[in-house]
Design a protein around this ligand. Structure first.
Ligand code: SF4
Length: 219
């Protein structure tokens, strides 16, 4: 099973995901620290609020055997709805609605949304229900952005997860690609994209070093 929050890292940069997951490296920057702080407020699995037509649960564990992923949903609301599912200890039917907490801005939302779509996949499998909408709460903006989950997002997530499993099985970290994202990436110093992007064969390295060595030794 792969961690579903990896989908967000993979969508940001496949190499970033592989460095974290395959090579087990991590480095914080200001953004990641703020992100952890934001999640401290919602990471309480024992906290549940019950209203007439809504139940709010936090840090809900979810999984999908079909995709081979598991993880945590920050906030899972259950809205009273005749098309919903039955919940132990609660009368009636309830429709699950995901709310993911993010510190950033909607501009970065594609990766954020794909992570939520993966969570929806898990709920669909666990509850045998179809999830068509979800929301991301942007803490900085104090704003909840609802979005619809469509088929193209679902196939993108399936594809990403397949690639992730393939890379894990091969134990392969993709090469660096210098892009705008590198500037904000907390792993920039460990990844060294400018160095790793240069393809130098061992044979070339030895041959160049040999030439330099010979040049330095006076006849
Ligand atoms: S520095 Fe750039 S290439 Fe390296 S992991 Fe980060 S985003 Fe990817």
């Amino acid at each position: 099973m792969l961690q579903l929050n990896g989908i967000q890292h993979y969508a940001y940069c496949p190499r970033r995901w592989a460095l974290i997951t395959i090579e087990q490296v991590w480095q914080d920057n200001a953004d990641t620290m703020i992100g952890q702080y934001v999640h401290r407020n919602v990471d309480n699995p024992f906290y549940e609020e019950i209203f007439n037509n809504k139940i709010i649960s936090r840090s809900v564990p979810v999984f999908s055997y079909k995709l081979g992923i598991n993880g945590i949903i920050d906030v899972l609301e259950f809205h009273r709805d005749s098309k919903g599912v039955e919940l132990t200890g609660h009368e009636g039917y309830w429709r699950p609605f995901i709310v993911e907490y993010k510190k950033g801005r909607p501009a970065k939302q594609r990766a954020d949304q794909l992570q939520v779509v993966a969570q929806a996949f898990c709920l669909e499998e666990m509850y045998d229900i179809c999830i068509t909408e979800a929301a991301i709460y942007y803490v900085k903006l104090k704003k909840r952005e609802k979005f619809y989950i469509n088929d193209s997002m679902k196939s993108e997530v399936k594809q990403i997860v397949q690639h992730m499993h393939a890379l894990i099985n091969e134990g392969k970290t993709p090469g660096a690609e210098i892009k705008k994202n590198c500037q904000l990436c907390s792993l920039k110093d460990l990844c060294m994209p400018r160095l790793t992007i240069r393809k130098r064969s061992v044979a070339n390295y030895i041959s160049n070093s040999w030439e330099i060595y010979n040049e330095e030794i006076p006849e």
